[in-house]
Each structure stands twice: as structure tokens, then as C-alpha cells.
Design a protein around this ligand. Structure first.
Ligand SMILES: NC(=O)c1ccc[n+]([C@@H]2O[C@H](COP(=O)([O-])OP(=O)(O)OC[C@H]3O[C@@H](n4cnc5c(N)ncnc54)[C@H](OP(=O)(O)O)[C@@H]3O)[C@@H](O)[C@H]2O)c1
Length: 353
């Protein structure tokens, strides 16, 4: 076996703990597949020494000095799981500057400073990996980067926020009003106590900006994404939608217009009950990539929004993070639409509310 890959973690909350649990539970398989042993050498997070030691890996240094872990000489890869812009941004700049490869699930930071961080990583000859930042369980970023190079992507669209999809599919099924469905989502761990980023559409907008940047190779400022939340939908909207053979879904859509300009939005659309998007139920995500020659590809699966304590799928995001670690895992994956499965409509076809 080669020398181990030495990992430092910044932020030890929901995803950090799930990541350590997953890597420790599957260490043999991961070592075999990646060709290298993954070893946690240092973890820094707020008040960590005063919290229960559950899930802390044996042998790792535990502390609160984030910068020390980000730049530690014995750390090869820094995994950032703090969230937010500060102090995560400056810490990643320091880590990349110190020649560390970085793995992050921080879509807000990537949407705000992704281009700068990617440039720094390139200049330093290290990796910046962020597969878990969009649609946690679906390997969509890698597919966009690697599997469509022979074609031109004209649009990327889909259901990017599992919390919103859980609420909307619940409202459609039960005719309950928005506040009741939000309360159920929170009780089941599908929504945060403060659900604003999910239900106001900013979480999906960050993901769409990242998808669009990769698909179209252009800088996509978050402010360019027209964003509307789902909070004003009422049960009667679902009744009228049903009369039209449609159902409300929050969709993120990024499409390239003639001339290269991008059209970017996150808002509620009425999608046909016959479409594949209408069948994406509960907290699941779906991303459609529309290409000039090969047509449409739809990727569905568990979204990052489903990763909460107590959920059986809590390892989805950490699985993406684990897969981000080794060159041996940089396989491209593509889900071909099966002939027996109806395709989602083209990005432009859902009728807007
Ligand atoms: N959870 C998900 O479903 C999910 C899925 C995909 C991606 N993500 C992304 O993964 C990242 C982590 O999410 P999470 O759910 O694991 O968050 P979390 O549970 O809040 O964990 C964040 C951890 O970082 C610590 N922390 C935050 N700011 C800090 C600071 N300034 N100094 C020291 N420690 C600090 C927090 O300490 P305290 O506990 O003291 O606040 C907490 O332990 C985020 O970028 C999120 O967007 C999350």
C-alpha cells in the first residue's frame, strides 16, 4: 500500500461526523478502490474539545485552531465542512496557498468565490473538489466536466432543492397548506429550523450558478440568477394546476441563448403530470442536461438536502466527499434515459406560474 493520504477536517458538524463514520466503516473498500489509505490526522471545529467525543477518529489531533489544520505540514487534503463565506474562504485560500488539495461541500462559498479558488488551485497544481456541493448523491458535476466534452451543453435544469421538493410534493398529495408541510419537513429533518435558504430559493440558486459555470465555462455571479421562493404557494394553486394536468415544482434552469448569453432562474414552474420531473418525489433531486447532438440526459437521486441527522441516507454527501479524494475515483458516470422511461420535457417546456 502507498503512503496514506492524510486528511485534515475543518468543521465537525452533520457532514463531518457522517464523513468520518463512512470512511471508517468502509476503509478497506475505499483503500482498495482508491489505491491509498485515507487517514484523518487533524480536526478543528468550534468548541470541539467540549463536545461529546463520538465519531472522532482515533489518533487524530483535535482542536479549535482552523488555520493550523488548513496549513499543517502533515495534512495532504483539507476537507472544509464549516459552511458560509467566513472564515471558510480565507482558510481555503490559505490551504491552497500552502499546497493542499481541498475538498468542500460549501456551495455558498463556491458560488461566491469558486472561480478565484479554482484559479488558485490550478496555479498551485493541486485539486479543488466539490462534487458534494450540488445534488449530494448524484455525480452530476463530474459528469458535466468529463462526459459531455464531445457535445455542446445548451441547458442544465432540474429539481435542485430536496426540501422544496418534499414540501411541494406533500402539498400536491395532501392539499395541506405551506406552513403545515414546512413543519412536517422540519419534524422529519428535511428542513432546517431556519429554512430560509431552502424555501426562498437561494440554496438552489447557488447550485445552479455552480452547474452553469461548469456547463458553460463562464463566470456566473449569483446575482444573475432570478430567484423566487415557494412560500407564497397555496393549496388552490395545486387545484388549478391539477385541472391543467400539471403540478408545481421548483426548477432551476440555466440555458444558453443565441449569442452566448445565459438565462438563469430558480422559481416555481407547472410541469406536466406526465413528465419525469413530476415523478421526482419527496426530497429527491433531478438534473437534466440538454445537449446539442445527443439530446437530453436526466440524472436523479438523493439530494444533499436529505442529509440530516436521523435520516437513513445521511452518508450521501459524505460518500461524494469520499469519492472526491482519490484520482482512482475520478471515473465519469452517465445515466442514459431508458427508452421505457419517459424523458423530462426540454428545459423550456414547463409552463411558468
Ligand atoms: N447537512 C447537509 O445536508 C449538507 C449536504 C451537502 C452539503 N452540505 C454543506 O456542508 C457544509 C457543512 O454542513 P453541515 O450540515 O455539516 O453543517 P453543521 O452541522 O452546521 O457543521 C458545521 C460545523 O462547523 C463548525 N463551525 C462553523 N463555523 C465555525 C467557525 N467560525 N469556527 C469554528 N467552527 C465552526 C460548527 O460548529 P458549531 O456546531 O459550534 O456551530 C459545526 O461543528 C456546508 O457548507 C453545507 O452547505 C451540507
Amino acid at each position: 500500500m502507498n503512503t496514506p493520504l492524510r486528511i485534515g477536517i475543518l468543521g465537525f458538524g452533520t457532514v463531518g461526523r457522517a464523513l468520518v463514520r463512512l470512511v471508517e466503516a468502509e476503509s478497506e473498500r475505499l483503500s482498495r478502490q482508491l489505491g491509498v489509505e485515507l487517514r484523518f490526522v487533524a480536526i478543528a471545529s468550534r468548541a470541539l474539545t467540549r463536545k461529546p467525543a463520538g465519531d472522532l477518529p482515533a489518533g487524530a489531533r483535535i482542536g479549535e485552531d482552523l488555520l493550523a489544520v488548513a496549513t499543517a505540514p502533515d495534512v495532504d487534503v483539507v476537507v472544509e465542512l464549516l459552511g458560509g463565506l467566513e472564515p471558510a474562504g480565507p482558510l481555503l485560500v490559505a490551504a491552497l496557498g500552502a499546497g493542499k488539495s481541498v475538498v468542500t461541500a460549501n456551495k455558498a462559498l463556491l458560488a461566491a468565490r469558486g472561480t478565484e479558488l479554482a484559479r488558485l488551485a490550478r496555479d498551485q497544481g493541486v485539486a479543488l473538489a466539490f462534487e458534494a456541493a450540488v445534488a449530494g448523491g448524484i455525480p452530476i458535476l463530474r459528469a458535466i466536466r468529463e462526459s459531455f466534452t464531445g457535445d455542446r451543453i445548451d441547458a442544465v435544469s432540474g429539481i435542485l432543492n430536496g426540501t422544496c421538493n418534499f414540501i411541494l410534493t406533500g402539498m400536491a398529495r395532501t392539499a395541506r397548506p405551506y406552513p403545515g408541510m414546512l413543519a412536517e419537513a422540519q419534524a422529519l429533518g428535511y428542513a432546517e429550523a431556519d429554512p430560509a435558504a431552502d424555501v426562498e430559493g437561494t440554496d438552489a440558486a447557488c447550485k445552479l450558478a455552480l452547474l452553469a459555470r461548469l456547463a458553460f465555462g463562464q463566470d456566473v455571479p449569483l446575482g444573475a440568477v432570478r430567484t423566487e421562493g415557494i412560500t407564497r404557494l397555496r393549496p388552490v394553486d395545486f387545484v388549478y394546476a391539477g385541472m391543467l394536468g400539471r403540478t408545481p415544482r421548483q426548477l432551476g434552469i440555466a440555458s444558453r441563448l443565441a449569442g452566448g448569453r445565459l438565462l438563469l432562474s430558480v422559481r416555481t414552474h407547472l410541469v406536466s403530470n406526465e413528465s419525469m420531473l413530476a415523478r421526482v418525489d419527496g426530497p429527491f433531486n433531478a438534473v437534466q442536461v440538454s445537449t446539442a447532438r445527443a439530446g437530453d440526459f436526466v440524472f436523479t437521486g438523493r439530494g444533499a438536502g436529505e442529509i440530516r441527522p436521523r435520516r437513513p441516507s445521511s452518508a450521501t454527501s459524505s460518500r461524494s466527499l469520499a469519492a472526491d479524494r482519490g484520482p482512482a475515483c475520478r471515473r465519469s458516470e452517465r445515466t442514459l434515459p431508458s427508452p421505457s422511461r419517459p424523458r423530462a420535457p426540454p428545459a423550456s417546456s414547463p409552463r411558468s406560474t
